[in-house]
Design a protein around this ligand. Sequence first.
Ligand code: NAD
Length: 246
Amino acid sequence: MLKDRTAVITGGVRGIGKAIARTFCENGANVILCYRSNDEEAEKTAAELSALGTAVKVIKGDVADPETAKKVAAEAKAEFGRVDILVNNAGITNDKLMMRMTPADFTKVIDANLNGAFYMMKEISALMVKQRSGAIINMASVSGLKGNPAQVNYSASKAGIVGMTLSAAKELGRRGIRVNAIAPGFVETDMTSVLTEEQKKSAAQNITLGRMGQPEDIANAALFLASDMSSYITGQVIGVDGGIIM
Ligand code: NAD
């Protein structure tokens, strides 16, 4: 479905990002994975995915720094000549009740989750505009749609992702670029491994399908939104949450 296309996936060396990268590679895409710090994890993922037969490149950089997006766009252009798909997946949590949340706790999450996605969209969409084609997928969250205690920073960043997705879709639609968001529910990754068994059990009670999501559940939606299967879909937020919001 993605033969010979090039995809940039931020935070692509583990968790949901890695599952998306694997699914894209299995469907013929070359991938550029942006990661923040863990060289060993990045090399391991690159080796694992390269075995699937397409090109895999890893680039170290913090998405909260606007220079990272410039570097990724330049390297993608130099190596592959184009970028067909951007997945803004990198994200962090820093959960605290508001009374304990410092301005720095708030800003750090906004910088990584929201500003980082903006910097990447700005640089990569400039390449896509020249190509007159592209698909951008931004990772939102149920937390940005319905809120969660101890997550005012995180839900603000993810609600921001939704608004940014809608505006970018309107700006870029006439240039052949589609912009959509995925709003995952609770997915089993390192991000949610910090929850206690009790918290996981209580979260599962609100899930209509009665189980936590797997990274592959999100990757399948990303494949759909990245491919021509969704060529008439833009400006949408697709919930992949087992029915938490319905
Ligand atoms: P994860 O912590 O396993 O992986 C996140 C990845 O993003 C890591 O590789 C990390 O290094 C990278 N990253 C974080 N900040 C970065 C930065 N500043 N620069 C570069 N890379 C950075 O998390 P995950 O569960 O795989 O989450 C992926 C995305 O899905 C995130 O945006 C998250 O908010 C969203 N999401 C996750 C869940 C869930 O339940 N796991 C639910 C809703 C939304």
